[in-house]
Each structure stands twice: as C-alpha cells, then as structure tokens.
Write a protein that binds this ligand. Structure first.
Ligand SMILES: *Cc1c(COP(=O)(O)O)cnc(C)c1O
Length: 408
C-alpha cells in the first residue's frame, strides 16, 4: 500500500495568505467597480530591459541554428555567466571566489528550498520571525520539524523574533542551532544588516560550528554604501556561509528564471565520526543529479545584465522602484505611521495604528480605500500589527494609493 510522506500533512497551508487572497477575490466580485491598487505584490512590474531582450533574441537565434544549437549545458552553468558573476558581483567588492564555487540555477526559491537536503535531518534550524516561508516549509517537508503549533509555526524550529527593538536583526538563539537562515535586505521587513551585525553572526556560526544560509535576493536595492552586499565581505564567512542570489528582483527575471548559489569550498559539515566534510562537492553532486542546468537563453539574458548597457538600464528600474519606496515612506510618515524599510529594500514595513491587528487593518484598507497590502502576521507572529507594502508598482499607482491612505 502506497504511503504518503506524513511530513507534508504537517504543512499549515500558509496560515494567513490563502485567506487573504479569498478576501480580495470576494471583495473584487462583490464590488466590481472598485479600482483596487495591489501593494501586496512581491513581483516586479517593469519589463525586461532592452539589453536583456536583445541578448535573448540572439540566444534564441543560436538555438534555432544547426551549428549553433546548445543542447544540455554544464549543470553548474555556463562559464560566461559564472565568470561575469565573479567579476561583477564579487571581485568588484573585494571578494575572491573560484568559478566552481558558483552554481547557476533557475531560481533562489528552489535553491533555498533544496539546500537543506545536503544536511542531516537531526540538525536544528533557526529562522527569523517574520520569515520568508520557503525556508520553513521545505524543512517541514523533509521531516526536520515537529507538528504545527497553530500560529503558522512548527515545533522543533527555533524562531528568532525581529522587531523594531532589534532593528529586525535577531539576537542569537537561546538554544544551540545548526542551520541559520538569514535574509538581508529582508523580505518582508525591508531591513538590512550592518557589517557589524553580520560579523557577529559569522563569528557565532564559527564558534558553534553552524552554517549560515544567506539569502541576498535583494542586494541590488542597497543604497547605503556601508551595508555589505555579500556575506563574504565579512572575514571568516567563507568557512560558514552559503549565499543565494537571484536575477528575479535585480533584473526583473521572475518570469524568465535565473539565479545562483555560492558554496565556498571552505564550508564544512560534520560526519558522525566528527570528520569535517566540505559541502561544495555535496551540493555539486545534488545539483548534477537533480538538475540539468538553467536554460541557455536565460543564462545569456543574465550575462547581459552585467554588460555596460544592461547595468545602466537595470539601475534605472531599481531607481524607479526605490522612488516608489521613498514616496511610500514619506507619505505614511507624514500620516503618522511608524515606518521601517524602504531605503535599502523594495519593501516598506509599517505598524498599524492604535494596535489594530494586521488582518483587521488589511480589511480596512481593502474596504475603505481599495488598497491591498500584505498583513505582517502572515510571515509570523512577530509580524502581527504590521503590514508590508511593496514598491513594485507604477509610480502613478503608488501616488494614488498614498492619496487614498490620506483619506482614511
Ligand atoms: C523573490 C525572492 C527570492 C527569489 O526567488 P526566485 O526563485 O529566484 O524568483 C528569494 N528570496 C526571497 C526572500 C525573495 O523574496
């Protein structure tokens, strides 16, 4: 008799988000004339830049020619892209990496979800609260947790609250942990970690023989020159950190798909006999066994992001989004909200007024001003009383949404 993977039955179906999308659909059906402005989206709105489109057209033509056809490529990605990554994302910031420490893929969601496979099931994981749900759910599926606790959390996971009191960068966990997920610039709070804060985490991981899984999907949004873009800017991180990067938010690739993971050869995990085992070959083995490479067209497009034209055009789009974020910050601050994020990240995190719950405030925004925002509680209990507003939108829509907030 075929048995189900019981761990999947523990999954709590995303706690609040399915309920939120039901409420939006119900409202849109009931009030079809309402011009709803969606500020909940975690997806880009601007088209791919001309340099990328041009590179894709060229790549498609190559695929259509008998002599120039690209079949299966290297599972780890083409060297033309891996070298461009090394030179532009790392060497330029004083970080030396080897080409075989870069693994190109079709997304950071998959990479951050899959990476846990190379670590033992007995490891304890630590995540921030609020958190990007992928880190949690993939560990639930693997069986690294207990049952759901009813508030969207799971037994056996160490949750590290991120609040205004700690500038949304967590304190060290109270119990020993082995795998630490950190995401900076942060989704959903829009916070960044300073060099000093990241250094403390790297030292902590070194002292406790833990590994940091560092999600840097939003690094291009950093405007403050003092904030590290890569965890490898921190001395010692090569021994304890794996970094995830994606072209999704940096160059609008959410529908095209291309990302990469950095696994330095110095990162080790320990065998039962205490022997240190480098994890780079394990990830390479996993990647080659279960993945056949990102498409040539996507990789050609990604390489074009690093061309002079690609860089300049992508920069303009980031600036458009960040101007939206500035508009949101300025307007809501003037209206008396407590506002966080939106300076080095495309998300603004606001506290509701008068202690209103996230879910109730969601309804107020939807019904009274026809604006959709994301309730902070959906990302974890420490998000209760907060809302996430996304800067991925057309500037005129953002301005109109802010006028509507003023009318509340
Ligand atoms: C959008 C996002 C990613 C990128 O995911 P892709 O699969 O590369 O599109 C990764 N991490 C976080 C936290 C994100 O918000």
């Amino acid at each position: 008799m075929i048995r189900v993977n019981e761990h999947y039955l523990k999954l709590q179906a995303g706690y609040l988000f399915p309920e939120i999308s039901r409420r939006v659909s119900a409202f849109a059906a009931q009030c079809s004339k309402a011009n709803i402005i969606r500020m909940g989206i975690g997806d880009v709105t601007e088209p791919l830049v001309p340099a990328v489109v041009e590179a894709m057209h060229k790549a498609v033509d190559e695929m259509g020619g008998r002599a120039s056809l690209k079949g299966y490529g290297p599972e780890q990605g083409y060297d033309f892209l891996r070298q461009a990554i090394l030179d532009n994302d790392y060497k330029s910031r004083g970080v030396e990496l080897a080409i075989d420490e870069i693994f190109v893929s079709d997304g950071s969601k998959c990479d951050t979800g899959n990476i846990q496979e190379i670590f033992g099931l007995e490891n304890t994981i630590a995540v921030t609260d609020p958190v990007y749900p992928v880190y949690v759910d993939t560990n639930v599926m693997a069986g690294r947790t207990g049952a759901g606790t009813g508030n969207g959390q799971y037994a056996g996971i160490v949750y590290m609250p991120c609040t205004p009191a700690n500038q949304f960068v967590p304190q060290f966990p109270s119990k020993p942990v082995d795998i630490i997920y950190l995401c900076y610039p942060n989704n959903p709070t829009g916070a960044v970690a300073t060099r000093q804060q990241l250094s403390r985490w790297v030292d902590y991981a070194r002292q406790t023989k833990a590994v940091i899984l560092f999600d840097a999907a939003y690094e291009t949004y950093i405007s403050d020159p003092g904030i590290p873009h890569s965890i490898y800017e921190i001395p010692g991180a090569r021994q304890v950190a794996i970094e995830f990067r994606s072209f999704s938010k940096t160059a609008g690739f959410t529908g095209l798909r291309c990302a990469f993971t950095v696994v330095p050869k110095d990162v080790v995990a320990y065998a039962a006999d205490g022997k240190a085992v480098p994890v780079n070959p394990l990830w390479n083995r996993r990647h080659c066994t279960k993945f056949n490479g990102a498409s040539f067209v996507s990789q050609a497009a990604a390489a074009a992001v690093y061309s002079p034209a690609g860089k300049q055009q992508s920069r303009q789009i980031i600036e458009l989004y960040m101007q939206n974020a500035a508009t949101i910050r300025r307007s809501l601050t003037q209206l008396g909200y407590e506002v966080y994020g939106g300076v080095n990240a495309p998300y603004v995190w606001i506290r509701t007024k008068n202690g209103m719950g996230s879910s109730e405030f969601f309804d107020v925004l939807l019904r009274k001003i026809h604006v959709v925002a994301t309730p902070g509680a959906g990302f974890g209990p420490s998000g209760e009383g907060f809302m996430r507003l996304s800067a991925f939108n057309r500037p005129d829509k953002v301005k109109e949404a802010m006028e509507r907030f003023a009318s509340l």
